[in-house]
Design a protein around this ligand. Structure first.
Ligand code: PEP
Length: 252
């Protein structure tokens, strides 16, 4: 079965509620005919319910940008569980974004726990992996990505793996305007598929969607999507404006 592309927008800590709704509503007609891919946007927590309600019945799904490792109601001040995210109308959650790893101490272990929590609540987990510039320049990129992947997906069953999406986001390409070349991205995506085949199964590796993230724009999406192991994009900056995100969604 062909892998259905996914184009996801990560709005990070941008947009007040009114702006989030405005962008979501502006996006809706611009991508209404995009049947070739799944479309996901990830606003801040405080906008999730309103945006999800306003997009109900459309082809745009809503994601949270993080969730708690905890699955039960518990004394965890400031945390939001995967059940709560599902409850407000989300279908997806982004886990282990490099900004969470860098600024909030996210580890492969917490990524693993959060991924399991997300799946337990019926969400699709978009699990992010990617090396820093230092790690790439010292020749350790593959090793880092391998350990993030293997540890992050440890203990997941075959059916769990059907409900996760991997996002390869080289940290040096995020928000820097410096995109990995399609060849560099393809090389790592091929490697990721190989690691998943070893750690899980050939079938899982063949079916799993692997998105590229890092300065994706309307100008470079086509070349990236032409690569055989690139199944979509996780887009930061260029997803904040409806017009540019729509151009990425409508890449073909
Ligand atoms: C991201 O935040 O996941 C991202 C890829 O950002 P940008 O597209 O701005 O590089």
């Amino acid at each position: 079965m062909a892998r259905r592309p996914v184009i996801a927008g990560n709005w990070k800590m941008y947009k007040l509620l009114g702006e989030a709704v405005e962008t979501a509503l502006a996006l809706k007609p611009l991508v209404a005919n995009a049947n070739h891919c799944e479309i996901v946007i990830a606003p801040v927590y405080t906008a999730l319910k309103t945006v999800a309600d306003r997009l109900e019945g459309s082809n745009i799904k809503v994601a949270a940008q993080n969730c708690s490792t905890e699955t039960k109601f518990s004394a965890r001040t400031g945390e939001i569980s995967a059940d709560m995210i599902k409850d407000v109308g989300c279908a997806h959650v982004i886990i282990g974004h490099s900004e969470r790893r860098q600024f909030f101490g996210e580890t492969d272990e917490s990524v693993n726990q959060k991924t399991k929590a997300a799946l337990h609540s019926g969400l699709t987990a978009i699990v992010c992996v990617g090396e820093t510039l230092d790690e790439r320049e010292s020749g350790n990129a593959e090793q880092i990505v391998k350990s993030q992947l293997v540890n992050g997906t440890d203990g997941l069953t075959v059916s769990d793996m059907e409900r996760i999406i991997i996002a390869y986001e080289p940290v040096w390409a995020i928000g820097t305007g410096k995109t990995a070349t399609p060849e560099q991205a393809q090389e790592m995506h091929g490697f990721i598929r190989q690691i998943i085949a070893e750690a899980h199964s050939e079938e899982t590796a063949k079916n799993i969607r692997i998105l590229y993230g890092g300065s994706v724009k309307p100008e470079n999406i086509n070349d990236l999507m032409n690569e055989s192991d690139i199944d979509g994009a996780l887009v930061g900056g260029a997803s904040l404006e409806a017009e540019s995100f729509a151009k990425i969604v409508n890449y073909r």
